[in-house]
Design a protein around this ligand. Structure first.
Ligand code: G3P
Ligand code: MG
Length: 247
């Protein structure tokens, strides 16, 4: 079993999307104040191959831009406001570079679950750019866990940078999860919590994989999952960490 330590066992999902605009430096700073160590965020590449932190394929939901992110250069994306849609107090937020987020996390002694979100056909391009960036960041390897729904992206990272920890993301139950994990040498399964029951959690743990689940915003559900043996929970509300610690 890997020696990743999730303490507290709450991971701020997209930095804590319930408290600040998702995947922004404001969200990661808020996660720090909530006492979490681990944050999850999504990475993609721009038209000019910059690695940025952003969830959707398109800009429309979480910015004042429109269209596909991949059609824009980073310089163009920097003109967009990615905070006001959430609240006017965040109107200075811009799409962060992967590098900026990693620098922040290193400075704050935090840890990163980096979700690789390649557009179809861009898996290798994304991984190559991510690996280049990793050569510049100070965050230590034991504080990084990569994950993806994209099997080609995971294969590519395993091939080019075999030293990193990988997690397999599942939004539907895959009966061949263990074979996939073994082939990709994944240390963890990251699964929608609605797909889990005690039996499935135990079967994952018996095979010496960590099990993480998303997205859980209720304390009661978080406690139930932790009692089943879940290693960590992605939540939009990182303050759950304190409530769990206090009990
Ligand atoms: O990594 C867990 C979770 O973030 C996966 O789904 O769509 O929120 O990126 P999504
Ligand atoms: Mg994600």
């Amino acid at each position: 079993m890997s020696s990743i330590c999730f303490n507290p066992p709450i991971i701020a999902h997209r930095g804590g999307a319930g408290c600040a605009p998702e995947n922004t430096l404001a969200a990661f700073a808020n996660a720090k104040t909530c006492g979490v160590t681990w944050v999850e965020f999504d990475v993609q590449i721009t038209a000019d191959k910059q690695v940025v932190v952003f969830h959707d394929e398109t800009l429309d939901r979480t910015s004042n831009g429109t269209g596909k992110l991949v059609d824009y250069s980073y310089t163009d994306l920097l003109t967009l406001d990615v905070g006001s849609w959430f609240s006017s107090e965040f109107n200075n937020e811009r799409i962060p570079l992967f590098r900026e987020v990693m620098q922040f996390l290193a400075k704050e002694n935090m840890a990163a679950n980096i979700e690789l979100k390649p557009q179809r056909g861009q898996e290798e391009a994304l991984i190559i750019e991510v690996i280049k960036e990793l050569q510049q960041v100070a965050l230590v390897q034991s504080r990084m866990l990569f994950s993806s729904f994209s099997i080609p992206a995971l294969q590519c990272l395993r091939h080019y940078a075999p030293q990193y920890w990988l997690g397999l993301l599942m939004d539907k139950w895959l009966d061949n999860w263990y074979e996939l994990c073994q082939t990709l040498q994944c240390v963890s399964i990251h699964v929608n919590h609605q797909l889990l029951d005690l039996y499935r959690v135990q079967s994952i743990k018996e095979r010496e994989k960590m099990v993480l689940c998303y997205t859980v915003n209720s304390l009661q559900r978080a406690e139930e999952l932790l009692a089943w043996g879940i290693d960590a929970i992605f939540s939009d509300y990182p303050e759950l960490a304190q409530k769990i610690l206090r009990k």
